[in-house]
Design a protein around this ligand. Structure first.
Ligand code: MN
Length: 244
């Protein structure tokens, strides 16, 4: 790998551990990172808390390993390849089953919208992916092939998060750290929205507030990244990797 791909891989291993530590991922769910326009890294089929550098596999946009296989792979790897294919600017993808986002995916009358300044990115939309529209009402809800992955990517459109009814959510970012940030704060936004929604009329951020807050907060991602690495008991950054 190139030097920049090595740094991306390091962040990707950390992201696996961080998302597991904060219970956004458990035995299931996964996070990937793009290393070239037509390549991305994703762990072999493994619980994210157990992922190490040597578990990362290089994939092409068809979601098949570049080296031809021999790996036990995630069934839902097509989520990643198809989103990278449809969104050239996306650098990282997290697919989770976190409960607040699952709940929001069930409520037709209550769309996920930004309720606080940490989640301004949600203002660009949080569309709902309904697998029944693509594959009927008898599936296991998993994104098992490229056709389903392409349908999910189409539902995501230009948004940062797509809710998957009865399943989970997928969040994208320009890089690993932003995708992790958005995964954490989309879930917290969902929990706040759910906890307040039964008590009265909700006040959402205006589009201008959401955009301004997104710019201000996401410029500071390296600060929470250091905290998250520490909380997940990851080793101290090597000298010279100042922003890790
Ligand atoms: Mn899943």
């Amino acid at each position: 790998m190139t030097e920049s791909a090595e740094l991306i891989a390091t962040d990707l291993v950390d992201a696996n551990r961080i998302l597991a530590h904060f219970r956004l991922l458990d035995a299931f769910g996964h996070v990937s990172a793009r290393t070239a326009p037509d390549r991305f890294l994703l762990s072999r089929n493994l619980a994210p808390a157990l992922v190490t550098y040597s578990d990362l596999v290089e994939y092409a946009l068809d979601s098949e390993p570049v080296d031809g296989g021999g790996h036990h792979q995630y069934l839902e790897r097509f989520i990643h390849g198809e989103i990278y294919r449809h969104r050239p600017e996306v650098g990282a993808v997290v697919h989770s089953h976190s409960p607040g986002l699952v709940a929001m995916g069930l409520l037709r009358g209550l769309p996920l919208k930004p309720v606080w300044h940490m989640a301004g990115f949600i203002a660009r939309g949080a569309p709902l992916f309904e697998i029944r529209n693509t594959a009927g009402d008898g599936t296991d809800l998993l994104i098992r092939d490229g056709r389903l992955g392409a349908s999910l990517a189409a539902a995501l459109g230009s948004a940062s998060v797509v809710l998957m009814r009865g399943h989970g959510a997928t969040v994208v970012g320009k890089d690993v750290r932003q995708a992790v940030y958005r995964c954490l704060y989309a879930e917290q936004n969902a929990q706040i929205q759910l906890s307040a929604s039964g008590l009265g009329e909700l006040q959402y951020l205006t589009p201008a507030e959401a955009a301004a807050a997104e710019t201000a907060v996401e410029a500071q991602i390296d600060r929470p990244w250091r905290l998250w690495r520490s909380a997940a008991l990851l080793p101290a950054s090597p000298p010279g990797n100042a922003d890790a």
